[in-house]
Design a protein around this ligand. Structure first.
Ligand SMILES: NC(=O)CCC(=O)C(=O)O
Length: 300
């Protein structure tokens, strides 16, 4: 049994209500062409940039998610609502909501790894200046598939994908907006790496490129199979890509190359986090100083 997926590489402008209406129109188009699950890009109701997030933010449920809930219900499709700037309790998050064909929100994921990079002379971006990171995984079931959600920069963290694989995911969806510096080399490579590491499907959904935007997206929405093969991809214009997710393929690849039975977990166990020496300070969410792989460990 297969799940027909539509990946919507949509143009995003500065008018929030127009962006929402455009997303709904494209979801209807994909559903009319037989898609059972329609996925939108990162930050589809707002231009992508720290200066925009507060102005475009809204609670969930709010105008954007209520519109997506309605279109999911009208079209009887799953909708992976890319991401939007979410406001909650005085904080902003980069959040993906997932809707069932009856319009209910069945999963919500807040970007866990914020996009903070500095490549001198090329790109500096610090999501953490305005956003707070989420701490929760999000999976849901659609037909034969279990699906895990990450957002853009999250794809760089192999651990997240591995945890989703352990949770039984067949497909990982990453709404994303890579840039013109990292996109050309890293965007597809990371999708293929996560797919191959975990022997599952991966898809990443970008906005279409707007050369006049302050942040220029790479585009190239893509889906990769469990063999690491690119199933469908595109350049940077607005378009909708379609592909079928066949859960049986995972079984076949995992029988051919049985990584899951061959891991040497006893050899490469992680040590537990050490307690802070100073009782007045505790480990922050992103403080990995207490974690390490014991490189001297060996098992005879
Ligand atoms: N929106 C993002 O998280 C961008 C991530 C990105 O471009 C990267 O290189 O990583």
């Amino acid at each position: 049994m297969a799940l027909r997926l539509a990946l919507v590489q949509m143009s995003v402008g500065i008018n929030k209500m127009d962006n929402i209406a455009h997303a709904c129109k494209l979801i209807r188009e994909a559903a009319n062409k037989g898609a059972q699950l329609v996925a939108l890009p990162e930050c589809f109701n707002s231009p992508y940039g720290t200066k925009y997030f507060k102005e475009y933010s809204e609670p969930i449920p709010g105008p954007t998610t209520m519109s997506l809930a309605q279109v999911a219900k009208d079209c009887k499709v799953y909708v992976v609502g890319g991401s939007i700037p979410e406001s909650d309790d005085g904080h902003l998050y980069n959040t993906c909501s997932v809707f069932a064909p009856n319009g209910e929100i069945i999963a919500k994921y807040r970007k866990m790894h914020l996009f903070d990079i500095d490549v001198p002379g090329k790109i500096r971006f610090q999501e953490s200046e305005v956003l707070k990171a989420g701490n929760r995984f999000a999976t849901f079931n659609a037909g034969p598939c279990t699906i895990g959600i990450g957002i853009c920069y999250d794809i760089r963290f192999a651990e997240l994908a591995q945890i989703y694989a352990q949770k039984g995911c067949h497909l990982l969806l990453y709404p994303g907006a890579f840039n013109m510096t990292t996109g050309p080399l890293h965007w597809e490579l990371l999708q293929r790496a996560r797919a191959l590491d975990n022997q599952l499907y991966v898809a990443a959904i970008s906005p279409a490129r707007d050369e006049n935007a302050s942040y220029i997206a790479w585009g190239h929405t893509t889906a990769v199979g469990p063999w690491g093969d690119v199933l469908v991809t595109t350049d940077h214009e607005e378009t909708i890509l379609y592909t079928d997710i066949e859960t049986e393929k995972l079984k076949q690849v995992r029988e051919n190359i049985p990584l899951n039975n061959q891991r040497r977990l006893n050899v490469y166990t992680r040590t537990k986090p050490v307690q802070s020496q100073n009782p007045t300070t505790s480990l922050k969410n992103n403080d990995m100083s207490g974690y390490q792989i014991d490189v001297n460990q060996h098992v005879d």
